[in-house]
Design a protein around this ligand. Structure first.
Ligand code: ZN
Ligand code: ZN
Length: 347
């Protein structure tokens, strides 16, 4: 089969590799759509993990082969899979810190080499613990493209849960790229009044279209005044930094009210130092928190919101590429423009 193999920093080569073999509790899935995710971009661009690997964890496709022990799915089932699930038993799982669980770190979908997702290939092997707990059936009236957003949407819902969002709160989302727009829509769905911020005008228009009460460009607009207007001068209840921009972290600490929360969502590079005004945390009692990856307890909710079209994910796809164009897709996704949003690969 054809697969896009990561061979080193910014090095992807489309190669012939063996179709993965499955065992009795596993599935083989023909990939239809796989989203290009920001975390993969960073790993590929900066060579954060040793090669070779086949990335791509936001995939949906059709079961073409199943192990003898699998009863949940049959050949022809349309599915999407989370690439890791927690053990639900350990110290961290008992505290619902699922993404800190040791078993969670084990990637359970692969197209070969060290498991890394495997969605950037024609076929992907879904290992038994993912078949049991992390694989979702796609209803007939939903597309593979929509289903490829299950994991990213889950991560947004989890972030809002971590931030203890309450109905009626005012939320500012820094960055209205595909993830920021997903976050904005999730917060609006949960009953928040949302302001979306981005430097790209087309993204602001989409943000308003998809439910932001206000969408502004911080380079041009007076964000502070607009937030004050929405909050009787207090400041936002919650600011979410869905942009890899240290300035946004600094601004977010200023924009939230006393006792408000700033949630970091795009800061996944180890060793990255950011500006923090400690007095805002100590004196103004603002909280600086973070959230990473998905929650197994939110899988059904994410599926419901996407499959019942409560959250518009189809609108977020701007480019569809074949496997050979993965590098172009990666370049586009990491250099956002007026015309780009979510890039997906269709092997
Ligand atoms: Zn992802
Ligand atoms: Zn665990």
């Amino acid at each position: 089969m054809r697969a896009a193999v990561y061979r080193g920093p910014s090095l992807i080569s489309v190669e012939n590799v063996p179709v993965p073999k499955i065992s009795e509790g596993e599935l083989l899935v023909r990939v239809h759509t796989c989203g290009v995710c920001g975390t993969d971009l960073k790993k590929i661009e900066y060579g954060l993990v040793p090669p070779p690997r086949i990335f791509g964890h936001e995939f949906a496709g059709t079961v073409v082969e199943k192990g003898s022990r699998v009863t949940r799915f049959k050949v022809g089932s349309r599915v999407a899979a989370h690439h890791h699930v927690p053990c639900r038993k350990c110290f961290y799982c008992r505290k619902k810190l699922f993404s800190q669980c040791e078993s969670y770190l084990r990637t359970g979908t692969t197209a070969g080499f060290e498991p890394a997702g495997g969605g950037f290939a024609e076929y992907v092997r879904v290992m038994d613990w993912i078949v049991e707990e992390g694989t979702i059936a796609i209803p007939e009236d939903a597309s593979f493209e929509e289903a490829s957003f299950l994991e990213p949407l889950n991560t947004c819902l989890k972030a809002l849960e971590t931030a203890e969002l309450e109905r009626g709160e005012v939320v500012v989302v820094y960055g209205q790229g595909p993830v920021g727009l997903l976050m904005m829509q999730s917060a609006a769905y949960e009953g928040a009044r949302v302001m979306g911020l981005d430097f790209i005008e087309s993204r602001l228009a989409i943000s308003r279209e998809l439910g932001a009460e206000v969408a502004l460009n911080p380079e041009r607009d007076r964000v502070g005044e607009a937030v004050a207007q929405m909050t009787e001068g207090r400041g936002a209840d919650l600011a979410i930094v869905a942009a890899a921009n240290p300035q946004a972290i600094e601004d977010a600490q200023r924009i939230v009210r006393r006792g408000g929360r700033v949630l970091l969502f795009a800061q996944t590079m180890a060793g990255e130092m950011v500006p923090v005004d400690a007095s805002r945390i100590c004196v103004e009692e603002k909280k600086l928190i973070g959230s990473y990856s998905a929650s197994i307890e939110l899988q059904e909710k994410a599926a419901h919101l996407i499959f019942k079209k409560k959250i518009n994910v189809a609108r977020l796809i701007s480019h569809r590429f074949a496997l050979d164009q993965l590098l172009e897709g990666i370049h586009l996704a990491s250099h956002p423009s007026e015309h780009s949003l979510k890039v997906v690969i269709q092997p």
